[in-house]
Design a protein around this ligand. Structure first.
Ligand SMILES: NC(=O)c1ccc[n+]([C@@H]2O[C@H](COP(=O)([O-])OP(=O)(O)OC[C@H]3O[C@@H](n4cnc5c(N)ncnc54)[C@H](O)[C@@H]3O)[C@@H](O)[C@H]2O)c1
Length: 303
């Protein structure tokens, strides 16, 4: 445990931070509610498809200068072409955020172009390959670590000095509802997602005085290339009433709207929180709506 003095002094993070007049000023003005990120530089990792892809596209629609980091060349080109065709501003860098040299290259390219970063979305993550804990190995834990946690540290640290110099930034970490509840499928994956959620909370309290907000999103039940909720469940659509309290499948745009809220000044007084964007599954844990019985049951008879 650090001593109290270290927490503010040695880290250099307990100083004045904001200018005196900002401490009692009102909320930042929002000039155009249709362009909530107008002119802001936004880095999105894994921004080709799925949740990251929807975030990159929505941020660009709201005027952000989007910088995507994407491992897949075709996905990178697709998001670049989509955003450009819609009149937005974007660059897509083909790289692997789990590699130190690639992260450095990303930071250099973004800062050389803009000289600052206003928004960072750490979105990359994967539950695959799913390995049962009793047969898991050092190698499988290492892979889970690299793809779900290590790059969150690496990319955040790479951009943090520029954010501090800027005096204003919002970091949004996409983890999982499985980091916020018990996940029987793979305790190792769930542990790394929980680590991202708590890193979010810790960094928020460390950096708030510097004008940097940090919040997280815990998705669930969202249709993406990684998690295909539609295949194999044809004809069972009525069961969404039981699977999710909101009664429907989630889409990447559902996640992107919350990311926009957290990235923009709409959430200027929120930091350190993790929002489950899960159609209510975390809140409703343990209770199922039975379409057959037309009531909630906590012991479904027909699984
Ligand atoms: N879809 C869901 O229901 C769900 C549920 C819980 C958590 N999540 C989390 O949400 C995030 C996004 O999930 P998704 O379903 O959209 O995933 P996805 O696999 O569909 O999309 C991920 C994107 O990241 C890119 N990518 C993967 N590894 C990369 C790397 N090393 N460097 C750069 N880019 C990389 C992929 O090419 C892809 O474009 C992940 O962190 C995931 O764990 C999703």
């Amino acid at each position: 445990m650090n001593g109290e003095r270290d927490q503010g002094g040695q880290n250099g993070q307990g100083g004045a931070g904001r200018a005196a007049h900002e401490r009692t000023a009102g909320p930042p003005p929002i000039e155009d509610w249709n362009r909530l990120l107008d002119g802001r530089v936004a880095v999105v990792t894994g921004g080709g498809v799925g949740i990251g892809g929807a975030i990159a596209r929505l941020f660009a629609q709201h005027g952000a200068l989007v910088e995507v980091a994407e491992i897949d060349k075709e996905r990178a080109e697709e998001v670049r072409a989509d955003v450009t065709a819609a009149g937005g501003t974007i660059r897509a860098h083909v790289l692997d955020v789990t590699k130190e040299a690639d992260v450095n290259r990303l930071a250099e390219a973004v800062l050389a172009e803009h000289g600052r970063v206003d928004v960072l979305v750490n979105n990359v993550g994967d539950y695959r390959p799913l390995v049962r804990f009793d047969v898991s190995t050092h190698e499988s834990w290492q892979r889970m670590y690299e793809v779900n946690l290590l790059h969150v540290f690496a990319v955040t640290r790479a951009f943090l000095p520029a954010m501090v110099a800027n005096g204003r930034a919002s970091i949004v970490n996409i983890h999982s509802v499985e980091g916020l509840r018990g996940y029987p499928g793979d305790p190792v994956y769930g542990a790394f997602k929980a680590a991202v959620a708590h890193f979010t909370t810790n960094l928020a309290v460390t950096m708030g005085r510097r004008g940097i907000r940090v919040n997280g999103i815990g998705p669930d039940l969202t249709q993406t290339p990684q998690v295909d909720y539609l295949s194999g469940y044809e004809g069972l659509e009525d069961l969404w009433a039981s699977w999710a309290p909101v009664g429907r499948l989630g889409w990447p745009e559902d996640q992107a709207r919350v990311a926009l809220f957290l990235a923009s000044d709409l959430s200027s007084y929120i930091t350190g929180h993790n929002i489950p964007v899960d159609g209510g599954t975390k809140a409703g844990g343990g209770w199922f709506f039975s379409p057959r019985e037309h009531r909630f049951v906590n012991r479904p008879k027909h699984l």
